[in-house]
Structure formats: structure tokens, C-alpha cells
Design a protein around this ligand. Structure first.
Ligand code: BEZ
Ligand code: FE
Length: 282
């Protein structure tokens, strides 16, 4: 009979995966156990701390609903979401960089004509947004679809307003034959990620704030190109250097220019990465 102790348990757990059929699952589980055990050894995890960790994850589960995903939030504040995005979106120079998706995208947002006001009543300073979608060689991407979403002046997305049925400050527009797009919305402002749950307690316990710098979300899709999920950040916004979810990329920061009438203008061009099949054929 085997006699397990703190020195040989890691190898025993890893050996228990030996019959795993899927090699990727085997690799991931082996590495996970190695790192998890190394972590417990390094910090000399006490039983009380282990239980605190279990309790934390349990509370993350309890607060999670179809409107709130505390585990993604946890991944975001630990930088795991952004690390995964960065590792999987290593594009050629010149392509628009990707950043975190976030929890506030809604599939099936209303489609608008170019030039429409997607704010649809959301509170905020008017802002015109325009630009061009192109490929790496500067070729226009006609008909590129831009799915856009943002928070309002109170720092809340429409889905966070109890009882609000219609989409506000979100919508889908289609670029014209030259890949150009324009729509009206509102000025983005910094806002705090949901922090009334266990992730908020974690931020507080570690002396961190829950704020994100002002940004507008984009998901840009077009046949023959990789889908781009990104934000455009507002230059000189607070929190650019301390984004709670580590999503800022310098190339995504842009001047939102105040106009004589007090409204704003954001001009931003997107450069899409050709899909893998297109790249190989080139
Ligand atoms: C967002 O930008 O919408 C977001 C991203 C990560 C966590 C919370 C919100
Ligand atoms: Fe956001």
C-alpha cells in the first residue's frame, strides 16, 4: 500500500492522470496540480487559509447569475483575462491591438444606420465617433460590422439599470464601401467594475481600487479577417495607469477632442488582421 506524505503527494496526483485520453487535458491538469501544490508549499498554506479560499470561491459562485459573472471578474482583476488575450492575439505590427471583452457585451444589440445616435437616451455628453476599417495593406474593409457598447455618464451600462428594457449606448453599425463608419453616442467616463461582492473585498484587502479608465468597446467583424475585440481609451483619463483589469494598451489610447459646441469627436481607425487562411495564401 502506498504511503502518501507531503513530499510525494504531488507526484501521486500527477500519476493519477496517466490514463487521460486527451493529451491537452492531461497537460493542463498536470501543470495545474504542479503549480497549485508549489503555491501551497511556498506560502505554507494553513488549513484556515485553505478554508478561506474555499469560502471565497463559494461566495463567487453564489453571487454569479445571468447578469453577474464574478469568476470572470476575478480572472480580470488577477490579470489572467488580459494575459490570455495578449498571448492569443499576438498580431503583426500595424494591426489594432485587442483587449478584454468584459462582461457587458449583449449579443443581438440593435442595428443602426451610419450616423445614427446609438446613445438612444443614455445620459452623457454627445460624442461623434468616426473612422475607417482597413486591412494590413491599407485596403478598405467594406461592410465591416462594428458592435459598440459603453457605459453612461453615471458609469453604468444599460444592463446595470434595473428595469431598463431598451438598449442604450450600444448598437451595431456597418461600414460603407470604403470601410468608413460614423455614429453618435456619448462621451465615455471612468467607472468602477462591480465591487459589492467577493472580488470587491479582495480589491479592498489588497489596497486596490475598482476603477477603469474611460473607454468605448468595439467588436469588429468582417469575412476574411480575424474578429477584433478591443476598446478605445480616452487620453488623459484617470486610471490609465492603474486599470483594475489591466486592459490598457498605449496604441488604444486616443484624444477625444472637445468641439466648440461642447460635444466631443473621437476619430479612430481600425486595422484588422487577415484570417489565418488568407495569410497563408498571401
Ligand atoms: C468592461 O470594460 O466593461 C469590464 C471589463 C472587465 C471587468 C468589468 C468590466
Ligand atoms: Fe467597459
Amino acid at each position: 500500500m502506498r504511503n502518501l506524505n507531503q513530499d510525494n503527494i504531488t507526484q501521486a496526483v500527477i500519476a493519477s492522470f496517466s490514463a487521460t485520453e486527451d493529451p491537452r487535458i492531461k497537460q493542463i491538469m498536470t501543470s495545474l496540480v504542479q503549480h497549485l501544490h508549489a503555491f501551497a508549499r511556498e506560502v505554507k498554506l494553513t488549513e484556515a487559509e485553505w478554508f478561506q479560499g474555499i469560502d471565497f470561491l463559494t461566495r463567487c459562485g453564489h453571487i454569479t447569475s445571468d447578469k453577474r459573472q464574478e469568476f470572470i471578474l476575478l480572472s480580470d482583476v488577477l490579470g489572467l483575462s488580459m494575459l490570455t488575450v495578449a498571448m492569443n492575439n499576438d498580431k503583426p505590427a500595424g494591426c489594432t491591438e485587442s483587449t478584454v471583452f468584459g462582461p457587458f457585451h449583449v449579443a443581438g444589440a440593435p442595428h443602426y444606420e451610419l450616423g445614427a445616435d446609438i446613445a438612444n437616451g443614455a445620459k452623457g455628453t454627445p460624442c461623434l465617433v468616426r473612422g475607417r476599417v482597413s486591412g494590413l495593406d491599407g485596403e478598405p474593409v467594406p461592410g465591416a460590422v462594428l458592435d459598440v457598447w459603453q457605459s453612461d455618464d453615471d458609469g453604468l451600462y444599460d444592463v446595470q439599470h434595473e428595469g431598463l428594457e431598451q438598449a442604450q449606448a450600444r448598437g451595431v453599425v456597418t461600414a460603407d464601401a470604403q470601410g468608413r463608419y460614423h455614429f453618435r453616442s456619448i462621451l465615455a467616463v471612468p467607472y468602477s467594475i462591480p465591487h459589492d461582492g467577493p472580488v470587491g473585498q479582495l480589491l479592498e484587502a489588497t489596497g486596490r481600487h475598482p476603477w477603469r479608465p474611460a473607454h468605448l468597446h468595439f467588436m469588429v467583424t468582417a469575412p476574411g479577417y480575424e474578429t477584433l475585440i478591443t476598446h478605445v481609451f480616452r487620453d488623459r483619463s484617470d486610471y490609465l495607469d492603474s486599470d483594475a483589469v489591466f486592459g490598457v494598451r498605449q496604441s488604444l489610447v486616443c484624444d477625444w477632442v472637445q468641439q466648440p459646441d461642447g460635444s466631443y469627436l473621437l476619430e479612430y481607425d481600425f486595422v484588422l488582421n487577415p484570417a489565418a487562411a488568407q495569410r497563408e495564401a498571401a
